[in-house]
Ligand binder design. Structure first.
Ligand code: FES
Length: 121
């Protein structure tokens, strides 16, 4: 296993105790943030960047889910996304996707498993 490509996010238990986390990252040479959350008990992560007008999903509210808890939601204009695929469900950007970030859990610790990702301080 190539542990050197793994970057620790947090113990998975931390995600069970919160709605979501963000981490500042460099991904493919660009500084951005990542959202990390559990959905139906499984961990997911995406670059925190709505393709509509290039805002973080939590730019207007400290939330990334809609009121049903079934869809990610950008707080700027309310576009929603499938949390398991990142695919936008709103008409203007229908079918476009949030950039997914691979995660890996090893012994209760969650890691980013992306070659072109580095954590920022
Ligand atoms: S910027 Fe996200 S819905 Fe408009």
């Amino acid at each position: 296993m190539q542990h050197n490509r793994l970057k620790a996010v947090c113990p998975i238990q931390v995600l069970r105790d919160t709605r979501y986390l963000t981490r500042q990252i460099m991904f493919k040479g660009k500084a951005c943030s990542a959202i990390i959350f559990l959905f139906d008990g499984l961990p997911y992560s995406y670059v925190n960047h709505c393709m509509h007008m290039h805002r973080p999903l939590n730019c207007e509210q400290d939330a990334i889910f809609d009121e049903t808890g079934q869809f990610l939601r950008c707080s700027m204009h309310g576009f929603i996304f499938d949390p398991t695929t990142g695919v936008c469900q709103s008409p203007v950007c229908y079918g476009e996707r949030l950039q997914a970030l691979r995660l890996q859990e090893i012994e209760g610790i969650l890691y980013f498993a992306e070659k072109h990702l580095n954590l920022m301080a």
